[in-house]
Design a protein around this ligand. Structure first.
Ligand SMILES: Nc1ncnc2c1ncn2[C@@H]1O[C@H](COP(=O)(O)OP(=O)(O)OP(=O)(O)O)[C@@H](O)[C@H]1O
Ligand SMILES: [Mg+2]
Length: 229
């Protein structure tokens, strides 16, 4: 099966005045359709930086990211945005919901933007929100939701367009076990039903254990994660 995402030899350092901070140093990643990949690693090891580079939101100093066979790294910002809209979903570590819109509108938005009819978009948004146990919160705006509820809205929103690949930064970080398992189940059924691939950054070993494979980001590289004892 072909790779939906491939990242080769990614390196990234941040320069702050005199000081240089090497974050990535030759990280490689290949993700196939329907695969669910977990990335774990210490706080500050570069996980969010890596996801932003995979999504073409940050440029690596060295290396290349290809999404569905197209180079993200060498593309113009318009082409990158088109690749992202067509193929990717993204769940930020700090959710980035639109504050003035309801949960339902936040989830329906990417569908409406992609040209789907309003009623169909709302219907799909409603069923996705029900799947993350938020059927009773459709009309709530982000500030009227708890942290974990916002996170589930962000997951539902990223899934709305059935992307080829969904990148998620700590999507279960604020969730209790029951809701975390529900989000994981939703990912699993989506990877089976629509072939969506997932790259999920997590601190939770039990989340990583439920993925098809997992890596540790350490010393700027992605290494196979040792099997849990
Ligand atoms: N724009 C930036 N400029 C300078 N340094 C940065 C920048 N973004 C991130 N860093 C630094 O790079 C390192 C990696 O940051 P990153 O956010 O990728 O870590 P992380 O693995 O996601 O951590 P966490 O688990 O706490 O979310 C950190 O030490 C951070 O301070
Ligand atoms: Mg992070």
């Amino acid at each position: 099966m072909s790779n939906v995402l491939s990242a080769q030899n990614l390196s990234k350092r941040f320069v702050d005045g005199e000081r240089e901070l090497g974050v990535l140093n030759g990280a490689d990643l290949e993700v196939k359709a329907g695969e669910r990949v977990a990335i774990v690693g210490r706080s500050g090891s570069g996980k969010s930086t890596l996801l932003h580079i995979l999504a073409g939101l940050t440029d690596p100093d060295v290396g290349e990211v290809r999404v569905a066979g197209q180079s993200m790294t060498n593309a113009s910002s318009d082409v990158r945005a088109a690749i992202r809209n067509r193929h990717m979903g993204f769940v930020y570590q700090f959710h980035h919901l639109l504050p003035e819109f309801s949960a339902l509108e936040n989830v329906a938005m990417p569908l409406i933007v992609s040209g789907r009819a309003l009623s169909e978009s709302k219907q799909r948004a409603t069923s996705l929100l029900a799947a993350v146990d938020l059927a009773e919160r459709l009309g709530h705006r982000p500030h009227q939701l708890s942290g974990g509820e916002r996170q589930r809205v962000a997951v539902a929103r990223a899934m709305a367009t059935e992307p080829d690949i969904l990148l998620a930064d700590e999507p279960t970080g604020n969730l209790d076990r029951e809701n975390a398992i529900q989000v994981l189940r939703l990912m699993e059924s989506m990877s089976e039903d629509t072939g969506t691939a997932f790259v999920v950054v997590t601190h939770d070993a039990s989340v990583a254990d439920k993925m098809s494979c997992s890596f540790v980001l350490e010393d700027g590289k992605l290494n196979a994660r040792p099997i849990a004892q």
